[in-house]
Design a protein around this ligand. Structure first.
Ligand code: C2O
Ligand code: CU
Ligand code: CU
Length: 514
């Protein structure tokens, strides 16, 4: 079966799922106009803030190294995690942890990861921000079935199926950057990531090393997620099909996106970290399904939030912000000098796009100054601007709500995702300009290569658009232009909205590079 029958399946899901939602405007939500989505209220008592210590996911060690390659093994499995003070939570985790372990790759050394699926459903692993050949990119129908599960158990979904495990090969011929890996199965990415299938994958290189950035305990990857919990500790997610095998999508009123009311950082609710009075590197990832974040420290650090990198690695020069806005999947690499606070200061990481408890994220308790502050260089890297005059084509990509099988869903250029049609066929090596046009909030993500933002509306790039991006925070009724140099690798890749409910409800399309 191909995409047509898949869409018939999605149509069924939408009938079952959003019957009552027809005609309800999508852009409503508990958090006003800052996010597209609706809150799933926890029925568990919300845990107290600033009690649990911040934990950093462990770094996974290779099982083997050769002259030019590091080999890793990851088992995807059910596990329980102590997230709330009450009953434990069943999660789906890489190596059974939420988030998964962090992979660290070195530019120039290949990383090979064998994933074994012991979950009750098929999975797909995507390295977000990775520049990788098509067969390792985690195309949404490149399924890894758990050993013993047949395609018929899946309603006969067509795809390229591996049984039990699959090996992904990452060339790591790319700049140092904060990447992450997460599930990417067609129609079911939202519920799978919500259950815990996400982890960091850091790429390091000599250029970054030469900056002598804060490292060790002073380098904190922070994966921020909102989740909701039942009284029994379970993660609450409004899937239409609880088995996550046949009918995609979420139930009544959640078509705009699913928001949680518990803010987790690296899997712990509202954690507290004790920091030295020194400069820290905070590698922030918005791993929420649908929630946008506007983050700042309160009180603000005297030196500001110094952005040194974005999705695709180092900026050319540091940029000082008083706050940063992150749509789902965006990464910000920030330096914060906690030495600018008086020892004993208590500093909150707040989210101005949240309300009530979601307006706080974490707390830092500042210890004595231990070191002279890190001196931030004026130049960090070289980011050669893509010359728009080189573009061979300008395309318009529309991201809008629309009808699928008579019901509402999310479309790219008027069409729902199917594996068999291409929204764009591009020549390897060519530069294109894409105009991205939208109705609501849609964080637009391209696989394969990062891009540069040329404009937002009638202005230039926004304050958070600098450097190499792979996800663009497109806001309601906004239009942005990006420049893309295509084609490290030939093949079929997806681009999509990274609001995971929109993605699962078909806001995805193919670009074929030849
Ligand atoms: Cu982070 Cu195609 O996804
Ligand atoms: Cu990606
Ligand atoms: Cu969207």
């Amino acid at each position: 079966m191909g995409g047509v029958s898949r869409r018939a399946v999605l149509g069924t899901g939408l009938v079952a799922g959003i019957g009552l939602a027809v005609g309800i405007p999508f852009a409503v939500g508990a958090s006003g106009s800052s996010s597209t989505g609706n809150l799933v209220p926890s029925t568990a008592p919300l845990p107290p803030a600033f009690v649990r210590p911040l934990a950093v996911p462990r770094v996974l060690q290779p099982v083997r190294r050769s002259a030019d390659t590091d080999f890793y093994e990851i088992t995807q499995q059910r596990a329980t995690a102590a997230i709330l003070p009450g009953p434990p939570t069943e999660i789906w985790g890489y190596e059974g942890t939420f988030p998964g372990p962090t992979l660290v790759s070195r530019r120039g050394r290949r990383t090979v990861v064998t994933h074994t699926n012991r979950l009750p459903v098929p999975t797909v692993v995507h390295l977000h921000g990775g520049e990788v050949p098509e067969e390792s990119d985690g195309y949404p129908t490149d399924y890894v079935h758990p050993a013993g599960m047949s395609s018929m158990d899946m309603g006969g979904m067509a795809g390229n199926v591996s049984h039990g495990s699959r090996t992904y090969t990452y060339p790591v011929d790319q700049r140092a950057a904060t990447l992450w890996y997460h599930d990417h199965r067609m129609d079911f990415t939202g519920p799978s990531v919500w259950r815990g299938l996400a982890g960091f994958h850091l790429v390091r290189d000599d250029e970054e090393d030469a900056l002598g950035l804060p490292s060790g305990d002073r380098e904190l990857p922070l994966m921020i997620m909102d989740r909701s919990f039942g009284a029994d500790g379970s993660l609450l997610y409004p899937s239409v099909d609880r088995t996550l095998t046949r009918i995609p999508g979420v139930g009544d009123g959640f078509v705009a996106g699913v928001l949680g009311d518990v803010m987790l950082v690296n899997g712990a609710p509202w954690p507290v970290a004790t920091v030295d009075g020194a400069t820290y590197r905070l590698r922030i990832l918005n791993a929420c399904n649908a929630r946008r974040l506007s983050l700042r420290l309160d009180p603000p650090p005297p030196g500001g939030l110094v952005q040194i990198g974005s999705d695709g690695g180092l900026l050319a020069a540091p940029a000082v912000h008083d706050h940063v806005e992150l749509a789902p999947a965006e990464r910000f690499d920030l330096l914060v000098d906690f030495g600018g606070y008086r020892p004993g200061s208590v500093v909150r990481l707040v989210n101005d796009f949240g309300s009530d408890r979601t307006s706080e994220v974490a707390q830092f308790r500042v210890g004595p100054a231990t070191a002279p502050p890190y001196r931030i260089p004026d130049r960090l890297s070289t980011v050669d601007p893509i010359d728009p005059a080189e573009a061979v084509t300008t395309r318009t990509m529309q991201f809008r709500s629309g009808r699928i099988g008579g019901m509402r869903g999310w479309l790219v250029n008027g069409a729902p995702f199917t594996p068999d049609t291409a929204a764009a066929s591009v020549r390897a090596g060519s530069v294109e300009i894409w105009r991205l046009v939208t109705d609501f909030h849609h964080p637009i993500h391209l696989h394969l290569q990062p891009f540069q933002v040329l404009s937002r509306g009638i202005d230039g790039p926004g304050p958070f658009d600098a450097g190499w991006k792979d996800t663009l925070d497109l806001r309601p009724a906004e239009e942005a232009a990006i420049a893309i140099r295509f084609g490290r690798y030939p093949g079929r890749y997806v681009f999509h909205c990274h609001n995971l409910e929109h993605e699962d409800m078909a806001m995805m399309a193919n670009v074929v590079v030849a």
